[in-house]
Unconditional design. Structure first.
Lengths: 709, 192
């Protein structure tokens, strides 16, 4: 009889299975930090693996045991025995998803399907594209940077490839190590830059001869003011050599194809835009670097900066091992239901909480602690050991591993007193250009942050603190079809989060610039214009990312909640989060993988119910060129309802600049021609037209009229 | 029955009547056949023509069910995207979904999916396409002479009605996103 059960109810069901747990395997490792008498110990069975993952009764799971020589060897144990002995089952299967995309059931046991689950799994396994359609043979997704970590089957393929080809050139390794970054020079500026360097070198040589010294280094010792010039020449020379090594590496990884040099005397062919020209940071190179960064989860904006260069100089097997550790980290944190990652630490160390014994204890970094513990337990302690693990397992269609997690801190419970605080940091309301329509800098020293706080024993302790976004000046399309600037601020004050939606859909308002709503896509072998559903979702690229929490002002006395459109959501646009001059439209963005962690955690530690798919009946048409585009959105996403809702507070931050309140309405963009005044400034009948041509005039006009600024 | 002599005037009158009756009947039959030829549904159109697309384009999907008795036409009264009613259990268990395409106003229109011509929507019968369930969306183009082409999408998560509103070429200024051309003096600074 196939008896399926959920981990959360495993203990109860094990007894119904008639002593399955008592017999069989006797795993040797003991729980190193288990304290049977602790609060955690008593709750562990209820808290372990709340995702409703299903396990068949007789299923055997992997257990790594210490061999006689201290090495790890594989053994197998029944799932029931593992759970009864305090093991947590870590899902290493290819169809793993975070909790937000897990298969859920309603109270009656009916499945509540999630539309995006299949796509998420297909993307993680390099089988589907973002629309859920088959990938071209051999194509890879590389979406870890955007919140979708590769499956273990995908990683296995990488490990096996790396075993054959390390992609490290022993002769060129020093060249990569010699530079920290490679300066970006656009193809259009290359000749100019090369001429500048040649000129500088000529100047230095002339100075050297005049000074009658043997080398340029001696010259600089004599004339230190020439040092920057020599540095430039030497840096460019080193970068040129490093660039050649980068090309070799990217070709080896299968990410870059180089154009063959034309044979002498051969007729010149039209250059293939998909092929790279050696030495040039062209579009194929940019795309290859981006793929490499996506593959290795490096946030460096398609440039050859430090982390990218470091990864390029490492053997691919080492990068694969790092990838495996990151993949395991997400799965371990999900199954353990923990969030603390050290991000709330300050220069004084980690935050402290008041323990039951009355002493102050530092908040642990459970992300690191648990990951290292599990990697060690599974014997994944080196690239070579990880490769051996991959080779032992032919596939990962279904693989569960029994792991022993250290006990969680005492403040953990089923329903924790949690709240979110968003600090807006430094805020500018002034337009980002002056009275002459020249751009002006708006520096910030404090950036916005999102913190999750825990109330415990009368104290508020931050569990995590992550960089996020606030709103700012953005392009908006007015009803006249032209784009203007508009200040899209982030609401402040107390709010609540009632709904969390996985695979959320962003319903583009009519003010969304049309240019962002259409794209070209290959459909059944033909390129055709389509609505840009990447932007709308559901999907990792969508405006709301893979998951969103909805901030609302709770309705009182039976009134409905007031939704001002502000969410804390995932995003693939990591530059908008980490660059100093980038803003959102008012929402608080997080990298997708952090948003998943946050909402997985909240759903596991707050009372909630699963409402499931929220179908909707939405369509809208718009014109672009001579085509009508029709966006159709069949579902709002997959809804989880927090009950009670989660308290949220958005702090005002520090207002910088002259304006203390944002300007309302449309502001013409500098340098853009418009048919007349912005639609919200059209003169009333009989009034004289007052065409506003710049943001500064708009601001002045508003001030002189006593309107909001 | 009365027999009539060969040169009897009454006999000649009756023969003429028969001849006219035969010619008239043939004409009616011919007209009927012509009209049938003009108005009969084309292959791939309406309820009789059900385009079942190759399942090979959809991974991980069960093979489409053998063609069965055509299901009753789903009701739709407006620009409905997907049924918001509780799903029919038998419908959710089918390995395929039905996509029903129609247009407003009721004119003849073609539906194209990439290089595939899915079929024709006629004024009286929508186009019905069957696809493996949850096999990814279909980005289609609906075209009709005298109207702007519409680029829209049909989902395969469940049975779907795609009712497309067509806009006459002359009325594109009624659509969102239409940009009035700039006047010659646009962008000139305000007169003092």
């Amino acid at each position: 009889v196939r008896c399926k059960f959920r981990f959360a109810y495993a203990a109860a069901l094990i007894s119904c299975l008639g002593g399955c747990a008592s017999g069989g395997e006797d795993p040797s490792p003991s729980n190193p930090g288990a304290d049977p008498g602790s609060i955690e110990g008593s709750e562990q069975s209820a808290l372990v693996a709340p995702p409703p993952q299903e396990v068949s009764a007789g299923e055997r799971v992997l257990l790594m045991v210490d061999g006689p020589g201290g090495e790890k060897t594989e053994s197998w144990i029944s799932a029931q025995a593992a759970v009864s002995q305090g093991y947590t089952l870590l899902d290493l299967s290819d169809d793993w998803t975070p909790y937000i995309f897990a298969e859920q059931r309603d109270a009656a046991g009916q499945q509540l399907p999630n539309r995006y689950r299949r796509v998420f799994i297909g993307l993680a396994n390099d089988q589907l594209d973002s629309d859920g359609e088959p990938l071209e043979p051999g194509e890879k997704n590389y979406l870890e940077l955007y919140g979708i970590a590769p499956s273990l089957a995908v990683l296995r393929e990488r490990f096996l490839r790396s075993e054959q080809e390390t992609c490290v050139n022993p002769d060129g390794h020093a060249a990569l190590e010699a530079v920290e970054t490679v300066s970006y020079t656009s193809p259009a500026q290359m000749k100019q830059d090369a001429a500048r360097v040649a000129r500088t070198l000529k100047e230095l040589e002339a100075a050297r001869k005049k000074a009658k010294v043997a080398t340029l280094e001696e010259l600089v010792q004599q004339q230190p003011k020439l040092a920057p010039k020599l540095e430039l020449v030497q840096k460019r020379a080193a970068e040129q050599v490093a660039m050649a090594e980068v090309e070799k590496r990217l070709v080896c990884e299968g990410l870059l194809k180089v154009a063959e040099p034309a044979a002498p005397g051969a007729r010149a062919k039209r250059p293939d835009a998909s092929l790279h020209t050696p030495g040039v940071y062209d579009e194929p190179m940019r795309l290859a670097v981006r793929k490499f960064q996506q593959k290795n989860k490096i946030y460096e904006a398609n440039y050859l900066r430090k982390k990218t260069m470091d990864a390029l100089s490492r053997p691919s097997l080492h990068n694969d091992h790092d990838s495996l550790e990151r993949v395991m980290r997400e799965r371990i944190m999900a199954v353990a239901g923990v969030l603390e990652d050290g991000s709330a630490d300050t220069k004084n160390g980690p935050p402290q909480y008041l323990s039951a014994s009355g002493e102050k204890k530092p908040l642990p970094n459970l992300s690191d602690e648990y990951t290292q513990t599990v990697m060690t337990q599974l014997g994944l302690t080196s690239p070579e050991a990880s490769l051996a693990f991959m080779k032992r397992h032919g596939d990962f269609k279904r693989l569960l591993a029994a792991i022993k997690l250290p006990p969680r801190p005492e403040y953990y419970s089923k329903h924790m007193e949690l709240s979110i605080v968003v600090d807006r940091g430094d805020v500018w309301y002034d337009p980002p250009f002056d009275e002459n329509d020249k751009w002006r800098a708006q520096p910030r020293s404090r950036y916005p942050s999102l913190s999750l706080f825990m109330d415990y024993r009368g104290e508020r302790v931050p569990l995590v603190r992550w960089r996020t976004t606030i709103g700012g000046w953005r392009s908006e399309q007015a009803p006249d079809g032209y784009e203007y600037y508009k200040y899209k601020g982030s609401d402040t004050g107390p709010r609540v989060m009632r709904n969390i939606i996985s695979g959320p859909v962003w319903i583009a308002p009519e003010s969304t610039p049309i240019r962002s709503l259409a794209k070209s896509k290959k459909v059944e072998g033909v390129w055709q214009p389509v609505v840009n559903y990447d932007e709308l979702g559901p999907g990792y690229l969508s405006a709301y990312g893979l998951v969103a929490g909805y901030f609302v002002i709770p309705g009182e006395n039976g009134a409905p909640d007031q939704d001002r459109g502000i969410r804390a959501h995932g995003s693939s646009d990591y530059l908008s989060i980490y660059q100093p001059d980038r803003y959102s439209h008012g929402c608080h963005r997080l990298p997708n993988h952090l948003a998943i962690r946050l909402y997985d955690f909240l759903l596991q530690h707050r009372n909630m119910k699963v409402n499931g798919d929220a179908p909707m009946n939405f369509w809208r048409q718009f014109l672009s060129g001579e085509r009508v585009y029709e966006m159709r959105i069949p579902s709002r996403g997959y809804v989880y309802e927090l009950d009670p809702p989660l308290p949220v507070n958005v702090l005002k931050g520090t207002i910088k600049g002259e304006l203390q309140e944002p300007i309302e309405g449309f502001v013409p963009k500098p340098g853009v021609r418009y048919p007349g005044p912005p639609p919200d400034q059209k003169p009333a009948e009989g009034e004289e037209a007052d065409v506003v041509t710049s943001a500064s005039v708009r601001a002045t006009t508003g001030a002189s009229r006593g309107g909001p600024l | 029955v009365t027999s009539l002599a060969p040169n009897d005037p009454e006999r000649e009158r009756r023969l003429k009547l028969w001849a006219w009756a035969v010619i008239g009947g043939a004409a009616v039959l011919g007209l009927g056949a012509t009209l049938y030829g003009v108005f009969a549904p084309e292959p791939g159109e309406g309820e009789v023509a059900r385009a079942t697309l190759p399942a090979s384009t959809a991974p991980n999907a069960d093979p489409p069910a053998a063609p069965a008795t055509p299901a009753p036409m789903p009701m739709h009264t407006g620009p409905l995207v997907e049924s918001t009613q509780a799903p029919d259990v038998s419908a959710t268990q089918r390995p395929t979904v039905k996509l029903v395409f129609s247009v407003v106003p009721a004119v003849k229109a073609t539906v194209v999916w990439g290089k595939h011509r899915l079929g024709t929507i006629s004024p009286r019968a929508p186009l019905i396409v069957e696809r493996p369930r949850d096999s990814g969306p279909l980005d289609i183009v609906v075209r009709s002479p005298g109207f702007l082409p519409v680029h829209t999408r049909a989902y395969t998560f469940n049975d779907t009605v795609v009712d497309v509103r067509l806009t006459p070429l002359a009325k594109k200024d009624t659509l969102y996103g239409y940009r009035a051309p700039l006047p010659a003096d646009a962008g000139a600074p305000p007169t003092p």
